[in-house]
Design a protein around this ligand. Structure first.
Ligand code: G6P
Ligand code: MN
Length: 445
């Protein structure tokens, strides 16, 4: 089986390759094609993969290319993990927004809109090429903002594109752990949009254990989301939100924390990763060791400003391993080998949330088999969550429509309608600021 990774020179590719190396079963991936626009990044990552594979005669063969069509032809699975504008673009997304006093996070608020506006046209081009050159391939989208980008691609690929994120899985795993349940045996009742969802229940052997957690402030204070949001707020909500909702429920505090930070997340990663790729140019560099050191530092500082603002302290060791590569591998195995499983994924709504239309991509537990991912039936969200989901989906739709028409007016509307942008004037200033720094937004006229 052949897997093509777009954004193949990206820093997290070795995580995926590590997961593939652990897969010995029949029908596993035997060939990996890495595609990237930047040959230097490709060779850096290829060096890390070669060290990972050392001494393993069954390791999947790796080839690299800068030719997109060549990468797509013959692919069974395509992982799309691109970053349009690079980390410099991410840092600019943050900077422009913070200068207007609003959040510039890569997936939430103004930053997510700017990132979406420059990513959607590229993702759509990829989707069209996949439909033409590899019509039977399954596309697994990691590219952020993942829900919006998956929806853009689904207009050309239908249900053959599936979006993934590790944050709901991590959340479910943490809740199961504090409740003493085995994550594999727990059913997590989670729904929303990507980075905008809530756990409303966790059933073990048919019994909902979440009320036991919500009733116990000590237990609530013993895991990441409990410390971020505070036990009282979780009790008020009667649910546990995805960590990205911290930007909504504590917006002032997170904006201030980001404004005070010496470097924003994007600027930190831009410099940190530049150091790694620079080091990889030295022929004697220990690639895997350097990669692993860089990865550990990246994991340890994830959402550091949010944890600072909440007084939540350091991340726990168990939370440092991410896990998105595990979700990707589990999804690929379920489809390729018809191994039925349940995963929280970004797929078209069909009728799952009745307040959204059938084409809206949502994040929801899905049954996965050889025919793809099928969302399960879930209870409706309460009013306040429905309100947020509908408002943000409406913004996503404006982004998709601006990307299609190239209309600045529509792009301004996307910013202005976002719940974390508090003025139409600010929306205009944001678009002006973003178009001044991003060549990828030149299509907006
Ligand atoms: C989480 C999110 C991803 C994001 C990742 C890395 O796993 O769900 O969407 O890409 O964190 O965040 P970072 O700030 O390290 O780039
Ligand atoms: Mn994510």
């Amino acid at each position: 089986m052949r897997l093509t990774i777009l954004g193949g020179g990206g820093f997290r590719v070795p995580l995926v390759y590590g997961a593939l190396l652990g897969d010995r079963a029949e029908g596993r991936v035997t060939r990996v094609v890495l595609h990237d626009l930047d040959a230097g990044r490709l060779s850096a990552v290829a060096r890390v993969l070669a060290e990972q594979a050392a001494g393993d005669p069954d390791a999947p063969e790796v080839t690299v290319t800068t030719d997109l069509d060549e990468a797509l032809r013959g692919a069974d699975f395509v992982f799309s993990a691109i970053r349009v504008g690079g980390l410099e673009g991410r840092a600019a997304d943050e900077r422009v927004a913070l200068a207007q006093g609003v959040l510039g996070q890569e997936t939430v608020g103004a930053g997510g809109i700017a990132y979406g506006l420059r990513t959607v046209p590229v993702a759509v081009d990829i989707a069209r090429r996949v439909a033409r050159l590899a019509p039977d391939a399954w596309v697994i989208n990691f590219t952020n903002p993942a829900g919006l980008v998956t929806e853009a691609m689904s207009r050309h690929l239908g249900d053959r594109v599936i979006g993934i994120c590790d944050s709901p899985v991590g959340l479910g795993r943490r809740i199961a752990r504090v409740l003493g349940a085995h994550p594999g045996e727990a059913w997590i009742d989670y729904v929303g949009l990507n980075h905008l969802g809530w756990v409303r229940g966790l059933r073990v052997a048919g019994r909902d254990e979440l009320p036991r957690l919500l009733a116990d402030p000590d237990l609530l204070g013993s895991f990441e989301e409990g410390r971020l949001f505070g036990p009282q707020w979780l009790q008020s909500l009667g649910a546990v939100p995805n960590e990205y909702l911290h930007y909504y429920y504590f917006n002032r505090e997170t904006v201030r924390a980001y404004q005070r930070a010496e470097k924003t997340r994007g600027a930190f990663l831009r410099d940190q990763q530049a150091g790694f790729y620079e080091e990889m140019r030295r022929p004697d560099a220990a690639a895997l060791t350097a990669w692993d050191r860089t990865r550990a530092e990246r994991e340890a500082t994830y959402m550091a400003e949010n944890r600072d603002a909440a007084g939540a302290g350091e991340r726990e060791d168990d939370d440092l391993s991410g896990g998105y590569e595990k979700v990707a591998l589990a999804l690929m195995r379920a489809i390729a080998r018809d191994e039925r499983t349940t995963l929280i994924l970004n797929v078209r709504n069909r009728g799952t949330l009745s307040v959204l239309d059938a084409e809206a991509v949502i994040e929801v537990p899905c049954l996965v088999d050889a025919n793809g991912a099928h969302p399960v039936t879930v209870d409706p969200l309460p009013g306040h969550a429905t309100g947020l989901v509908c408002a943000v989906k409406a913004v996503e739709r404006e982004v998709l429509s601006a990307a299609e028409s190239g209309s600045r007016t529509t792009a301004v509307k996307a910013f202005a309608l976002h719940p974390l942008v508090d003025s139409v004037n600010v929306a205009h200033a944001l678009l002006d600021g973003y178009t001044a720094v991003h060549p990828g937004l030149a299509y907006l006229t």
